[in-house]
Design a protein. Sequence first.
Length: 304
Amino acid sequence: MLDTSVNICGVTMKNPVTVASGTFGSGMEYSEFVDISKLGAVTTKGVAITPWEGNPAPRVAEVYGGMLNAIGLQNPGLDTFIERDLEFLKNKDTKVIVNVCGHSEEEYEQAVERLADVDGVDLLEINVSCPNVKEGGIAFGTQAKALYNITEKLKRKAKQPLIMKLSPNVTDITEMARAAVDAGADALSLINTLTGMKIDIYRRTYLLANRTGGMSGPAVKPIAVRMVNQVASAVNVPIIGMGGIMNAEDAIEFIMAGATAVSVGTANFTNPGVTGEIISGIERFMEKQGIKSLDEIRGCVRWQ
């Protein structure tokens, strides 16, 4: 019998497939297309202690091999999220990973404290690609010291396992991974989007109102796989791998690189039912290859 289950910090997911924050709402938006209960977990859209309006439009652009987004983490705030989105997810047979964002350490801490005793929250994923307004707008996740500090503070406040979501916009991803783990991170997720830009040659200006945006989609997958592979050899915590996963083969590649679970993002926009196809595809691969558990192939390709 096939065992597709995975364990992240004591939380058992029925299969390794979740969704990337910001690409699936909080599940309700996709419930007409996807049986939410078949997912290993739902990772919610980023949520902050207070509502965020997000960036001005235009804030999405298609590019070769993917897309750029500069949504700006628009969200309704924690109170609305708990009352509306989390209540919806409580009726689904899936784990819930709440993505948390903030503009200062205090905002992150307030959000984590607010979620600490909320029923139905299995794991916290911390988006450290947010700009630190007190440090000139530098993202928390692009400096090892800043990442260590925010992780250490949140670990003291959190009651759920803490997943730090790493930015790829750094020189050495393993340095960032070690900083997060040394500060107490229970798990890591990577990669977040790569910073990119598109120019409208007819208007002779930036296509996105924000000038830059986060690049995602299949074009970033080789970078993501490499970073997951390096991090898996550098630290000993569960990893959720993401970045350009379009099908089961892509997901399996991440698992062989060392990921415990995988997040599907941009593919949800082009094929709303893709997560179900990936789950089925993983099962077919295991059957054909005689694999009884994903433990047999996880990390089978190691960075030396």
